[in-house]
Design a protein around this ligand. Structure first.
Ligand SMILES: NC(=O)C1=CN([C@@H]2O[C@H](COP(=O)(O)OP(=O)(O)OC[C@H]3O[C@@H](n4cnc5c(N)ncnc54)[C@H](OP(=O)(O)O)[C@@H]3O)[C@@H](O)[C@H]2O)[C@@H](O)CC1
Ligand SMILES: [K+]
Length: 548
């Protein structure tokens, strides 16, 4: 699990160490220089490379200035562009003494143009404008400098290599929002622990590969993370594996009320997702057309009422289908009365648009909206919200919906965000854009429902919030579903955002200071189109990669 902590928690954890005289900045700077060297070595050679440090007025800039002293010793030519009038004094003195060339670009009539001219001669740009001390989006002149660098780099997306110190300057460190210019990084070298903005979209998409530098911030170990991302290693801890004494009722029975006369396929896809996840039984309850389809495609599924331990409600049910929506309502009431966990998908989400006919939901109810559905739900519940606002701040809106409804919210998107009313946020970036296809949500609902069914008796017997378990189950479902999508698309199971694919050693034309290699070109690994059914079919293969 990658754990991320808010800026305030990091500061509180640093405090006793700094008071005890721990040289945290020296450690951070050395680690930063080591990562820059590794990036250079991976691209060809270290000595002779030209490095630009873009230095702001706080300790983030200090990290870079001290790192510059190490880079000079490794044979790099290092330039520091100071985008604040007042930078870390000891760092500046050490950098000058080591031979870093310092540029006071604010003395220039156009600081952004001055930095750009310098940057064009450099093969590595180190972004050290702001770290956890940033307040709001970047202000000028730093904003203009970063915007110019970002624009320049957009034309040369794989060179130079951009290394962000602690966070890409300008992101919302605690919430992952992006409200002003940010220079996208190839690698973010983050100090002590990851920060939520490195995991949460949309800022997470600008961080590249995240390298966490161990600083001994032991106090953080006792703190729950503000945000986290599960990794493959976490799946085995949560995945229900049957023992010799298990039978279908102990493994979990999922009640599936999905699909309709108009959209029967959703029932079959949700059933496929659930069956491939592994559970005791799927019990389908719905109209004859989807029921017949389910029986034909999945003869294992039972289509008569009976005992269940969790529900999936609403996939493939349109809000205009009043009779089916009323059936969903009846199932939901019964599930809540029995304290059974329940997935509310698609048509079932509209049941929550009014709050006078249902009790507050427990966290064992998991909503699975996409951005548009979440915006509609929030608007209906008095928080006027557009789809774009949800996309710009997914974590904030998922959390708001969780607080308003009491439920756990799995917000679907390129990065899936899971929020309960409290506890850590989860950000899972495991899938591929090929997963944005009809029926994919139905499969995910089935996967999630099957996991909740396996934990159904435990969740029904426990506290209303399930001790945070529903959110981690939802994150695991997103992770495994995402890996299945990648495998189905012909991609490796692991999504490694930001890992560059450098293979050549050519120099960049028109960039005399560039001494490293550039990509040899060649097609990037894009994968192939998939249909939702392919994702369900790939679930066993995905599970083999995580449950070995
Ligand atoms: N403490 C330690 O020993 C360790 C700290 N570490 C490192 O320190 C970093 C935290 O350092 P920090 O607290 O000095 O804050 P930092 O992120 O540099 O930002 C402050 C500067 O940014 C400026 N600024 C703010 N907002 C801005 C905006 N919107 N637009 C433009 N400018 C803005 C602000 O200017 P001001 O607003 O005050 O005018 C001030 O100059 C942390 O991320 C890590 O890298 C590690 O080495 C571990 C050991
Ligand atoms: K930074």
């Amino acid at each position: 699990m990658i754990r991320a902590h808010h800026a305030a928690a990091v500061r509180a954890a640093e405090e006793p160490l700094l008071a005890a005289g721990e040289p945290l900045m020296a450690s951070a700077a050395f680690a930063l220089a080591t990562h820059v060297v590794a990036e250079l070595r991976a691209r060809g050679r270290v000595a002779g490379s030209v490095v630009l440090l873009v230095v702001g007025g706080g300790n983030n800039g200090g990290d870079a200035l001290f790192a510059g002293t190490h880079l000079v010793r490794r044979g790099c030519q290092v330039h520091a562009a100071l985008v604040s009038g007042d930078v870390h004094p000891q760092g500046l003195a050490a950098a000058r003494a080591a031979g870093v060339v310092v540029h006071r670009v604010l003395d220039d009539a156009d600081p952004a143009a001055a930095v750009l001219a310098l940057a064009r001669r450099c093969g590595v740009w180190v972004d050290a404008v702001t770290g956890i001390g940033a307040r709001g989006p970047l202000r000028d002149p730093a904003a203009a400098v970063v915007a110019a660098l970002a624009q320049e780099r957009a034309g040369w997306p794989q060179e130079p290599v951009v290394v962000a110190v602690d966070v890409p300057s300008g992101i919302g460190v605690d919430d992952g929002t992006v409200e002003g210019p940010v220079l996208p990084a190839d690698v973010t070298v983050t100090m002590g622990t990851a920060k939520p903005g490195l995991l949460l979209p949309p800022a997470s998409g600008l961080a590249g590969r995240v390298e966490v530098v161990e600083l001994g911030l032991d106090a953080l170990a006792a703190e729950p993370p503000a945000a986290c991302s599960l990794t493959a290693a976490d799946v085995a801890d949560l995945w229900p594996v049957p023992g010799p004494d298990d039978h279908k009722y102990t493994r979990g029975v999922l009640g599936l009320a999905a699909g309709s006369q108009a959209y029967p396929g959703a029932a079959a896809l949700a059933a496929a997702g659930a069956l491939r996840t592994g559970l005791g039984m799927v019990r389908y309850l719905g109209p004859e057309v989807p029921a017949a389809l389910v029986r034909t495609r999945h003869p294992e599924v039972v289509t008569v009422p009976g005992r269940v331990q969790a529900w999936v409600l609403g996939s493939g049910v349109g809000p205009e289908d009043a009779a089916r929506t009323h059936e969903l309502y009846e199932h939901l009431r019964a599930a809540l009365d029995a304290r059974q966990p329940v997935v509310l998908d698609a048509g079932a989400l509209t049941l929550l648009h009014e709050d006078d006919h249902l009790p507050d939901l427990p966290a064992t109810a998991v909503l699975t909206p996409h951005a548009g559905e979440l915006a509609a739900l929030l608007t209906a519940r008095g928080e006027e919200t557009g789809r774009e606002e949800v996309t710009a701040a997914p974590a904030r809106h998922a959390r708001l919906a969780a607080e308003i409804t009491g439920a756990t919210v799995l917000l679907k998107g390129p990065t899936t965000v899971v929020a309960a009313p409290d506890g850590p946020l989860y950000a899972q970036h495991d899938a591929t854009p090929w997963l944005a296809t009809a029926g994919a949500g139905d499969v995910l609902a089935g996967v999630l429902g099957a996991l909740l069914a396996a934990y159904g008796d435990l969740l029904a017997a426990g506290t209303a919030d399930g001790g945070g378990l529903p959110a981690s189950i939802a994150a695991v479902a997103a992770l495994v579903d995402g890996r299945a999508a990648r495998l189905a698309a012909g991609l490796p199971p692991e999504a490694r955002a930001g890992v560059p694919s450098w293979t050549g050693v050519r120099g960049r034309s028109g960039a005399p200071g560039w001494t490293g290699p550039v990509p040899a070109g060649g097609p990037a690994l894009t994968g192939v189109p998939i249909a939702a059914g392919d994702v369900a079919a790939a679930l066993p293969a995905a599970l083999r990669t995580v449950l070995a």
